[in-house]
Ligand binder design. Structure first.
Ligand code: PGA
Length: 251
């Protein structure tokens, strides 16, 4: 049985005050992390404050990091620093970073290795554009991303990893993949991992769906055989919506 994982990706939203208020309110109502992992991925300057107030159930993640330990990389964030301040997760390869900050699969692969070196749990994002889906190349495109992004990782690492399948056309658009489309793509990812590794690794790996997930559609998505949670942007900014979506994951 894979434990569901519900992660909020706040992107470039919320001030420190707003974030602390959210965490205070959410902590009063979150179910135990025996049943579901709840994560908030916030902007870097407030991560330390959020970790200090994360309580028993919530865990905190970053939205990006560099693959080097340190160096002349102005504006970047290092894995040693994230580890040092108690961050547990890090989103890697989000489609917005791939599109606006030219992140390649090669860099993403290096970042995943680096995250593991510092005990951080990567949430690797993959997903196709509308054009790719319309030309029936989704499985091939996503498979290629998974193969390149996981290169050189061992089975124990892949079991700890979380993959978020996020079709680009469904992010922030209000268009959600149907539960069948999402489950099929996630099954295909699990098959790639089965081929690359083994049955046990494929069965343990948690794969989320992301793209316009909200309280109204999360139950159906999580009811599918292979969907182990959600990576949520817009709808994770509201306390009540976040709590509802975490509760929807408790079986
Ligand atoms: P959305 O974003 O839920 O606002 O579509 C998802 C994501 O970008 O991770």
């Amino acid at each position: 049985m894979r434990k569901p994982i519900i992660a909020g990706n706040w992107k470039m939203f919320k001030t420190r005050d707003e974030a602390l208020q959210f965490v205070y309110n959410v902590n009063l109502k979150l179910p135990s992390n025996d049943f579901v992992d709840s994560v908030i991925c916030a902007q870097s300057p407030i991560l330390r404050d959020l970790v200090r107030r994360q309580g028993d159930s919530l865990r905190i993640g970053a939205q990006n990091m560099h693959y080097a330990d340190n160096g002349a990389f102005t504006g970047e964030i290092s894995a040693p620093l994230l580890e040092n301040i108690g961050v547990e997760y890090v989103i890697i390869g989000h489609s917005e970073r791939r599109a606006y900050f030219n992140e390649t699969d090669e860099a993403i692969n290096k970042k995943i290795h680096q995250a593991f070196r510092y005990g951080l749990k990567p949430i690797l994002c993959v997903g196709e554009s509308l054009e790719t889906r319309q030309s029936n190349q989704t499985d091939e495109f996503v498979k290629n991303q998974v193969v390149l992004d996981l290169k050189g990782l061992g089975t124990e690492q892949v079991k700890t990893l979380v993959i978020a399948y996020e079709p680009i056309w469904a992010i922030g658009t209000g268009l959600t993949a149907t539960s069948t489309q999402a489950n099929d793509a996630i099954k295909a990812i699990r098959n790639v991992v089965r081929d690359l590794y083994d049955e046990e690794t494929a069965e343990e790996l948690r794969i989320q769906y992301g793209g316009s997930v909200k309280p109204g559609n999360i139950k159906e998505l999580l009811g599918m055989s292979d969907i182990d949670g959600a990576l949520i942007g817009g709808a994770s900014l509201e306390v009540e919506a976040f709590i509802q979506m975490v509760n929807a994951a408790v079986k």
